[in-house]
Ligand binder design. Structure first.
Ligand SMILES: [Zn+2]
Length: 290
């Protein structure tokens, strides 16, 4: 199998230490497996795109020596592909229109919305996918197997929002298939969303990639870092020491002699040494840079 990995940041702000750890891990896993490493800009929701942040992401990755293959894929240019996927789900009878607000949907005791039985006639409807009453188990190469009963735990979820934007779940699955992604190494914030994506891959006849989720980064007390903490932008002037810090978090600590070495040297060492089994099951806040 040809290994194809990817990094898929959302351009809603600058990259932070958590993004660096995810980028480095997916890069190393790809390169250590002689794979390619692609970049996708997840600008699915144009109002959330912060001007200048896409260029800042490119500059940041380049400065850290994380050079991607080929041209980046932009979700903002993929509407046609998402439409086709939605159309396929419609043809298969798997989606239905819904007029409920998020709160209304949550207030249902059922996993399924009453809109399925009583289709709304108003304009500006969301579309939900019908879920089976069964569990989905996803093997995770870092955290281990995860089982979720989608209907009970999540409920029929939205694939197209009322404002007609496609959901992240649909877009990411369509894009992973388009880019022939074989291995997804990413942050644990997406861990619980993976079974939804696997179900969509099933429905759309896409091959399921291998998943690995990095552990949550915690502070010294074992508490999960808040978004505010994590959102501190990476200082590209500190790239060598931040990279060395990221490698340490990933259980691939560089030798002392390499700690301040240029990023290319550190990465070459790390590709040769990479062992995904050494990635710890929990991760601590990089106090020195917080
Ligand atoms: Zn509804």
């Amino acid at each position: 199998m040809n290994y194809v990995g990817r990094f898929a940041p959302t351009p809603s702000g600058p990259l932070h230490f958590g993004s660096l750890v995810a980028a480095v891990a997916s890069y190393l896993d790809a390169r250590a497996n002689q794979g390619s490493w692609l970049l996708r800009i997840e600008d699915l929701d144009p109002p959330r795109t912060v001007p200048g942040s896409i260029d800042a992401i490119f500059l940041c990755l380049d400065t850290f020596g994380l050079h991607w293959d080929g041209e980046p894929l932009f979700q903002s240019q993929r509407q046609q592909a998402y439409c086709e996927a939605l159309e396929q789900l419609l043809q298969q009878g798997q989606i239905y229109p819904c007029s409920c607000s998020r709160a209304q949907f949550k207030a249902n005791s059922l996993y399924r919305c009453p809109c399925l039985a009583h289709p709304p006639s108003s304009q500006g409807l969301a579309r939900r996918i019908r879920l089976p009453r069964q569990s989905i188990t996803v093997d995770d190469v870092i955290i281990g197997p995860q089982t979720q009963h989608l209907a009970d735990d999540v409920g029929d979820f939205v694939v197209q929002r009322k404002d007609q934007l496609f959901s992240y779940q649909l877009a990411v699955v369509v894009d992973d298939a388009e880019q022939h992604i074989s291995n997804i190494i990413r942050g644990s914030d997406l861990y619980h969303q993976t079974p939804r994506q696997v179900w969509l891959q099933n429905c759309l006849n896409f091959k399921q990639p291998i998943y690995g989720h990095l552990p949550i980064i915690t502070n010294n007390q074992g508490q999960k870092l808040s978004k505010q903490n994590l959102a501190r932008p990476l200082d590209i002037l500190q790239a060598p020491s931040l990279l060395s810090e990221a490698l340490e978090r990933l259980g691939q600590a560089t030798p002392c002699t390499l700690r301040q070495a240029p990023v290319e040297e550190q990465l070459a060492w790390a590709v040769a040494q990479w062992d995904i089994n050494c990635v710890p099951k929990c991760m601590q806040d990089p106090v020195a840079f917080a």
